[in-house]
Design a protein around this ligand. Structure first.
Ligand code: NAD
Length: 593
């Protein structure tokens, strides 16, 4: 595959894939060189003064035939400029709750660079007004029965499964991920909706607690909704991160105001549309739009609880702002997730699992594996099996379930990943496979990449890359592997490959990560909605999923009643204190807490 690039004062920019630009402009064809070796210029077209060059980017990763179904380049074919049907886009944008700033921002499709939408931007004052509106609607909603609210979630479950093709189209258009990874989001939303739809009553039921004196004091604990829950979500899982955390908030009687990432507004708006269709009354799920430092901060200032998913840097600021207002928050943050491949691991299974753990959603996953510690005895055999599997990966900008990896979400993300790899190589790391952008497939593609020789002092050693890049290390003792896995400040997800699951479980207790998957990368913990998910240390505070994921959206209220007066009756205060002391001693003797 060859790409056309325009030479600019500070480099070049991609304008399309050969042969479309030639056909579109009617320029003469240029003889092409053969592939192999480093990227090289195989033709120039200066005649029209536009400074175009045709570049061959042979990759070290051999991919099966690249997609040839790229839509036309919008810069050369205005008729094909929008990647989605503009009427559908306008309909979705109508779902932004309020946007009086007068500003808009343009989003583009990562696969092609084509424009997607001009998204209206909410003003800070809009966010406050939207939260007020949500609060007004929330009062009546909280008075409905839990099973009435749960019905909306169960209806959403069905809608999401029925409309999955359309949802996956949107996810792919905005994020550039492969179809199979878009399906993970569909499945996760459906599973979360079903789980809370069927269990909310149990999680929210008031429960008795031990009173001060057996038989004399009764205590019952109630759960009250917080009010308006703000959800700030990232672009990497645009459907499920925007939707799933809000479902337990809704069913526990809250209103939700969602602020998705600007890159992926349409997918988030489609989730709100589905909720309306599932029967959710007006103003209980509203979407605001715009940059985090303006619209996100306005939401933290107006909501009664904040659920944030994003980077650790932003999470610290969000936590500090929420603390100043004394509103609670949960923070789901970044990771530099380790995988341990023990001496007794099944090599084929570990290699296959590692490909999914490292390269799903092109590595743009909070739970993605970025560091692998492999037992010395099996290191060479494992690496050979791992590289063989990577060589047969299919990279493409298409909607096929056969495609193994899509692209980076943005030029900024591509630049970050490229910089991480380039810096590591300049400082002595070795590229075993991959290592380069692949503009021949699409402007934001980067090869699945494996590095060796990564050391402290290289950014990639400890910083989250959030791309399809993994560093390999050998270990001799398991104690050493665990210590190195724990070296990172992050503590989100880890995985262990071993044939001895009991040993894997014992080792897991020594790893300081919120989830540990044995003989898989991330799916079992992510998909087990009854179990808590979140980070230790710099990877976050609080947990999504399970009872913890719904309880965070409620305030506890203890209601106590007493059959007798809790005061001395006919006794002096001193005699009462003695009697009280005797009963305390007795309660301990009978082991009553
Ligand atoms: P980010 O922190 O830059 O942005 C996340 C969201 O926060 C966006 O909606 C953004 O608009 C908003 N935001 C930005 N600045 C803000 C501010 N000052 N106040 C309020 N909101 C603000 O994160 P990103 O780089 O876009 O997303 C990728 C990061 O998210 C990675 O670090 C990844 O590991 C993490 N992530 C974590 C989880 C998890 O469950 N732990 C899941 C997905 C992604």
């Amino acid at each position: 595959m060859f790409t056309w690039e325009r030479v600019t004062s500070n480099g070049f920019e991609l304008i399309g894939s050969d042969p479309q630009p030639l056909e579109a402009t009617g320029r003469r064809a240029i003889r092409r060189g053969s592939s192999g070796g480093n990227p090289r210029i195989v033709g120039r077209e200066p005649a029209d003064g536009r400074g175009l060059r045709l570049v061959d980017y042979p990759g070290r990763v051999s991919v099966r035939p690249e997609s040839t179904t790229d839509p036309a380049d919008p810069m050369l074919d205005p008729g094909a400029s929008y990647a989605l049907d503009p009427r559908r886009v306008r309909g979705l944008l109508g779902g932004v709750a309020a946007a009086t700033s007068g500003e808009t921002f343009r989003t583009t499709a990562p696969f092609t660079g084509q424009p997607l939408a001009e998204v209206p931007v909410s003003a800070a004052a809009d966010v406050a007004a939207v939260c007020d509106r949500g609060r007004r609607a929330q009062g009546a909603w909280a008075e409905t029965e839990v099973r009435h609210r749960a019905r909306v979630l169960l209806a959403l479950h069905d809608l999401v499964l029925d409309r999955q093709a359309e949802i996956m189209d949107l996810i792919q258009a905005e994020s550039g991920k492969a179809r199979k990874h878009a399906f993970e989001e569909v499945a996760h939303v459906a599973m979360t909706a079903r789980y809370y739809g069927l269990t909310a009553q149990r999680h929210l039921r008031g429960a008795p607690r031990l009173g001060a004196f057996p038989g004399l004091t009764q205590v019952r604990v109630n759960r009250a909704p917080k009010g308006v829950v703000g959800i700030i979500s990232p672009w990497n899982y645009p459907f499920t991160m925007a939707l799933s955390d809000g479902l337990p908030a809704l069913v526990s009687g809250n209103a939700v105001v969602s602020k998705p990432d600007t890159l992926t507004m349409l997918t988030a708006l489609s989730g709100a549309e589905l909720l309306r269709e599932a029967g959710l009354p007006d103003d209980l799920w509203q979407v605001v739009s715009g940059p985090g430092p303006v619209v996100g901060t306005a939401l933290i200032d107006a909501a009664d609880y904040l659920c944030f998913t994003g980077s650790t840097t932003t999470g610290r600021a969000v936590g500090a702002q929420a603390a100043r207002r004394l509103v609670g928050c949960s923070l789901e943050l970044g990771g530099k997730n380790p995988m341990l491949v023990l001496r007794d691991a099944a090599i084929g299974r570990a290699a296959e699992g590692a490909v999914r753990a490292c390269f799903s959603s092109a590595g743009q996953m909070c739970v993605s594996t970025e560091r692998m510690y492999v037992a010395d005895d099996i290191y060479d055999a494992f690496v050979a099996a791992f590289l063989r599997r990577i060589e047969s990966m299919r990279l493409a900008a298409d909607r096929s379930f056969e495609t193994d990896m899509g692209c980076m979400v943005s030029a900024a993300q591509l630049a970050k990943v490229t910089a991480h790899v380039d810096e590591a190589v300049a400082k002595g790391a070795r590229v075993l496979i991959g290592g380069r952008p692949r503009p021949g497939i699409g402007p934001l593609f980067f090869e699945p990449t494996v590095l060796e020789g990564v050391r402290p002092g290289m950014s990639i050693f400890a910083d989250e890359s959030f791309g399809p890049v993994v560093s390999l290390y050998r270990f001799t003792t398991e104690a050493d592997a665990v210590a190195r896995a724990n070296e990172s400040g992050y503590g989100l997800n880890a995985s262990i490959y071993t044939r001895d699951v009991s040993r894997g479980r014992r080792l897991a207790t020594q790893i300081r990560c919120g989830t540990v998957n044995i003989n898989e990368g991330y799916v079992p913990s992510f998909a087990s909605i009854d179990s808590p998910m979140g980070g230790m240390r710099e990877s976050g505070l609080g947990r999504r999923q399970g009872p913890e994921g719904i309880h965070r959206y409620t305030d506890l209220q203890a209601v106590a009643s007493s059959r007798v007066r809790v005061a001395p009756v006919g006794l002096s205060d001193e005699a009462y204190a003695k009697l009280f002391t005797r009963s305390l001693r007795l309660l301990k003797r009978v082991r009553r807490p």
